[in-house]
Design a protein. Sequence first.
Lengths: 89, 687
Amino acid sequence: MQLTAKHHEYWRKNLVVTAILFVVWFVFTFVEIWFARELNSSMTFLGFPLAFYFSAQGSLAIYVALIGIYALIMKKLDKEYGVDEGDIE
Amino acid sequence: MSSPAFSQSTFNRQLKKYYTFYTGGFIVFLLALAVAEQMGLSRAWIGYWFLFATIGLYAGIGWMTRTTDVAEYYVAGRRVPSFFNGMATGADWMSAASFVGMAGTLFLAGFDGLAWVMGWTGGFCLVALFLAPYLRKFGQFTIPDFLAERYGGGIVRFMGVICAITCSFVYVVAQIYGVGLIVSRMTGLEFGVGVFVGLAGILVCAMLGGMRAVTWTQVAQYIVLIIAYLTPVVWLGVRHTGIPVPQFAYGYTLQKLGDVEKKITADPREIEVRKIFADRAAAGKANLANPDKAYAEGKAKVEKDLADLKGANAPADKVAAAEKAVAAYPANVKAAEVQWKRETGLAARAAPPRPHAQAFPGKDEAAQNTARLNFIGIVFCMMFGTAALPHILMRYYTTPSVQEARTSVFWSLVCIFLLYFTAPCLAVLAKYDMYTNLVGSSFASLPAWASAWAKVDPSLLSIVDINGDGIVQLAEIVIGGDLIVLATPEIAGLPYVVSGLVAAGGLAAALSTADGLLLTIANALAHDFYYKLINPTATTGKRVFLSKFLLVCAAITAAYVTSLKPGDILFLVGAAFSLGASSFFPCLVMGIFWKRASKWGAIIGMGAGLGICVYYMVTRYPFFGINMPLWFGLSPVSAGMFGLPVSMITIYIVSLLTPAPDKEVQELVEHVRYPNLVGDTVVSEAR
């Protein structure tokens, strides 16, 4: 079948959302690890050295949030572009 | 099965009701056992109660959900609501290694252990963003199904089957090992018997009802394991931080731990013990340099000591000790060399404690950077491996819709997060408790839990008074990582029921993962290999029967391999992830996001990724005895860090060199990209 311009726009927006969330994921994973020594000596948060906090808790919470945000945005996007599945019965 | 009158929302309501009752029932069971313990129920019986009640329960759920329907058997009828699928994925995901081993690894390795915590959670972001919704829309039964449809042809499917079986089999051996270990510890049964009791539970469940039974059992297992993990931590947390959610307050305990570590590093008695180890290690090394001479001299010395004492009419106990030393002296040079090698290893115990929160310790800048690279390697391979392990990806075929698949990944990670953000907390609390209460206590009055565990299993805890001062020094304690979770209830001073609960939780973790893995192996063989490649005319009844039969075969083979006790389990688990990351992830994701990815790109790419990964492991891992120099100092567990990029680049180049996929494949890709496409002609969902 032939995809409409609207379909292409949906996919483009999906890619943008995916890319942004992926970059956030990358920063709180690999950039955080790369500078762990500096972060650890820079400051403490709730008593934790900063890098320890992120690796043990902060980044994990961000992962959960990223997936939640993705599900919400995509749900809205599906409806907006008429590609949602309707109510499941 | 799904009659029109039986709607999804009624089903959801009923599920909530059942599992609320179940959770309540489980708590009542715990309280009843606690009361029985106060009334004098013996420890062995508490162990038996936990073992048989929980395995009986899982088997009961398996029996109630038995099925021969194909869609029910392979994908639980595709009506598992996202939250329940999240719990099932959580149980599927968290293995014996996570439940029993994780906190111990963190205890021993400090900051560096956090690589596993990050790696085993962050991968779900990749699952959510790149795979779950698209695989759900595709809606077949297995992961090789997708590869075969997308890239066309038997070769891709066959390679997919090989990869799926390799990763899953390596992983399932580790799980069955865990089952045997926990059952034997819980009840005192032998390791082998333990393996088979646990295996019976797995089989009744997975064989009768396939994915359907496994899903509902895994939900039950998740509830058991999370209650079991959190209960003792809450208690220990109240003791050290004053609040029942120590996860948010243990930062201050971590600071206090840092002070204790400094004190221990500077303590003269600790230094004395460490020096004894350093001397022994140095002596062992010197002896090894010239073994024959050292052996003769050593032997002459112990004999002379004995003669001298006898000649001087020394007290009887001194003579007896000297006689013992002569008798214990190695019989020949070879035996002596083994002993000296062991003593050289004591050098590790001569080092002061490493600060728990310090990132990437190392003697110089270069060593620290290598430590960082290896941390990144583990995180990378575990994350991309998560997004490639078939038993996890398969779970997202079971939700009712694409949208539910997306929220289901969210709930999966929430369920996993609960345990993984508790593990580092448990490690710090247990360490602080041990450093302040056990270290510095006298050998005459060790804490009860310490003397009990040292007696049960010296490989988990051994304390020997090295310098003979009657006081426990940190350097005199040797801890096996698994001790931390298993002994926490006793460290926190809880009744034995909680110890039984923790063992039941560990068992649930191991059983649930083994269930999912065995099902993946059996389905890859029965569905992909037999039905799709060999006999496409097989009836559905025959396919399901064959799958059940193969499940039993796979389980018995795995149990046999386990009984051989193959070496390093953590390496096996890590290797499974690296292999998955190098083989599956690139061609799955590129198949969805790049229409141009072609059949030969996928075949050669998968082969190249897998090849480089296996090559690096075989030539670098000490077990194989080749030991070529490492690339950039990266440990062979993280071979996926080379495999994945190589695979991606190969797929890209070869795809551009070979003809583009035909129109049908292009339409399939469009089909999976939109949750609902009006006028779509592709019908992929298998019923």
